[in-house]
Design a protein around this ligand. Structure first.
Ligand code: FAD
Ligand code: SIN
Length: 525
């Protein structure tokens, strides 16, 4: 693969593709994706992308909804910036060919999801992410300044550390010179030198046993930045989507979009009781953290494996017309959503924290940007408002492309970076050991660091994870490099950060709920 480039973009979801297209107008882009280019969280997005389009909605209302959902932990300046830049970024998507659904009067058919006080979600049926991903990939593939490398896995970021310097987290002058990239087919590792490196590596859903995320979401970007001594923050705020299809043993869990509740579907327990109003006045459309916790409580108290989402009272034609993929998927499991209630469970869905970045998407490591789900921008605070993440990705892809493009003229390549060292790694990895440890990590996090936490559970999780960490590091030192082994190592790294940050937050706030520090009066749910 190319060994020198202006921009190295790691990740081919909405963030990486949007950045690549903009940066390619100013320099050469090398885009890597660890599997095929399509397989991303982006592709599975159903609900849509939030943006104020017309009255009675207003920027002020979108700002307020975002901050209320985020429990005031959001950075208000960031929220205002993202919300006001949204229409311009949406316009660009439309110009590229994304066709958002329209109502019969020609205006956009805006959906509503939990925590939104207005209808403001642009969508394409119930497969918005697939459409956006397809259009962006088409553009990227035909751009002469973008080289695409599928099945290429970024192993580590290159900094002064690789030239023998001691690098610690207090240093403000850490620089990123590129990354070591593993070709997962040939097993060769290339040293890719870049003036600007962009992490668009997405989320961490596979830290948990039940997740809506595809297998690529293993927190690689966060683990790489942590190892390179950059700052990671807010890892305790992991969003569980309230309604994934209950279908034991199947991964990833199929999402039942929140837009369905916006459309009128109602949560019920197995006795048919509409239980949500016992937890929150907003009922089935309360913010996600509240709904997920209510479902978790309801299932635990009643000893049930799931609750139901009921659409049977809705107009069947409109239901099928608006949610064709959900209809088809459920029907394949003999659930006819026009007549049967859908069994649902919460699933790990989205990481609100991640690599700390400024308003241009730059991390605490110079010339390293992080955009999309891997980043912690300050937009989501303690709980992301639905459909704000695709929006955040396009806004930050734009800002970081603008900002970093001004840098490439004055930045050179670091020529004295050593090749990747294979020293001591002669054994092919033992897949059974990797697979077993991978599952154990998921069980530890799911059982002890899920929707409801406690000091004792977090402490136990850390002790168990340390054993797996030691075993895996031993294996890593001896084994020939492979994607699965690196992913396991990264997941352990990310799991450690989640547990540490959850333990440090001695309060219940947003997505971090602990029985040892109950919420303040009036904030129980
Ligand atoms: P992704 O789209 O996840 O892309 C990550 C990329 O990084 C992939 O190409 C992957 O291969 C690559 N990568 C990762 N690690 C490496 C590595 N080490 N080396 C090389 N490549 C690597 N948000 C909304 O706003 N609205 C919605 O309606 C919505 N619905 C959702 C539904 C589902 C089922 C899911 C899972 C998420 C949903 N989200 C939604 C969240 C949203 O889809 C994601 O936050 C967003 O798509 C993330 O985009 P991204 O570009 O940051 O990462
Ligand atoms: C959904 O469609 O419910 C998911 C939306 C999101 O995660 O923002």
């Amino acid at each position: 693969m190319a060994e020198k480039t202006d921009f190295l973009v790691i990740g081919s979801g909405i963030a990486g593709l949007s950045f690549a297209l903009k940066a390619a107008e100013r320099g050469k882009v090398c885009l890597v994706s660890k599997v095929n280019i399509e397989e991303t969280n982006t592709r599975y997005a159903q609900g849509g992308i939030a943006s104020v389009m017309y009255g009675p909605d207003s920027f002020e209302k979108h700002v307020r909804d975002t901050i209320v959902a985020g429990r005031d932990v959001c950075n208000e300046e960031v929220v205002r910036m993202v919300v006001t830049e949204a229409p311009e970024r949406i316009r660009e998507l439309i110009e590229m060919g994304v066709k958002f659904d329209r109502a019969s009067d020609g205006r956009y058919d805006l959906a509503r999801e939990g925590g939104h006080t207005e209808h403001r979600i642009l969508h394409h049926k119930d497969n918005t992410g697939e459409i956006i991903e397809k259009i962006l990939i088409g553009q990227v593939r035909s751009h002469s300044n973008i080289q695409i490398y599928e099945n290429h896995f970024a192993v580590d970021l290159i900094t002064q550390h690789h030239m023998g310097e001691v690098v610690d987290r207090s240093r403000k002058d850490i620089k990123c010179y590129g990354a070591y990239i593993l070709d997962t087919k040939t097993k060769e590792v290339s040293t890719v030198l870049s003036k600007i490196t962009v992490l668009a590596t997405g989320g961490i859903g596979n830290l948990y046993h039940i997740t809506t995320n595809p297998v690529i979401a293993t927190g690689d970007g966060i683990a790489m930045v942590y190892r390179a001594k950059g700052i990671i923050e807010n890892m305790e705020f992991i969003q569980f989507h309230p309604t994934s299809l209950y279908n034991p043993g199947v991964r990833p869990s199929f999402l039942i979009t929140e837009a369905l509740r916006g459309f009128g579907a109602v949560l019920k327990n197995t006795d048919g009781e509409k239980f949500m109003n016992r937890y929150d006045d907003r009922g089935s459309l309360a913010p996600r953290d509240i709904v997920a916790r209510a479902i978790d409580t309801e299932m635990k108290v009643r000893g049930d494996d799931y609750v139901y989402l009921d659409c049977t009272h809705l107009d069947p034609h409109e239901l099928v017309e608006n949610f064709p993929n959900i209809y088809r998927k459920c029907l394949s499991l003999e659930i006819d959503i026009t007549r049967d209630m859908i069994p649902v469970v919460p699933a790990a869905h989205y990481l609100c924290g991640g690599v700390k970045v400024d308003m241009n998407g730059e991390s605490t490591i110079n010339n390293l940007y992080a955009i999309g789900e891997v980043a912690s921008t300050g937009l989501h605070g303690a709980n992301r408002l639905a459909s704000n993440s695709l929006l955040e990705a396009v806004v930050y892809a734009h800002r970081s492309a603008e900002h970093s493009s001004n840098r490439i003229k004055e930045t050179g390549h670091q020529e004295s970076v050593p090749e990747w060292s294979f020293e001591g790694t002669s054994h092919p990895e033992e897949m059974v050991l990797v697979t077993q440890n991978y599952k154990e990590v998921q069980m530890i996090l799911s059982n002890y660091v899920g929707i409801v936490r406690s000091d004792l559970r977090l402490d136990r999780a850390l002790k168990r994870l340390e054993i797996i960490y030691d075993e895996t590091e031993e294996l890593y030192k001896k084994s020939i490099l492979s994607r699965r082994l690196c992913e396991l190592r990264n997941l352990i790294n990310v799991g450690y950060l989640v547990i540490k940050m959850a333990s440090a937050r001695q309060e219940s706030l947003g997505l971090h709920y602990t029985i040892d520090y109950p919420p303040k009066k009036g904030m129980e749910f």
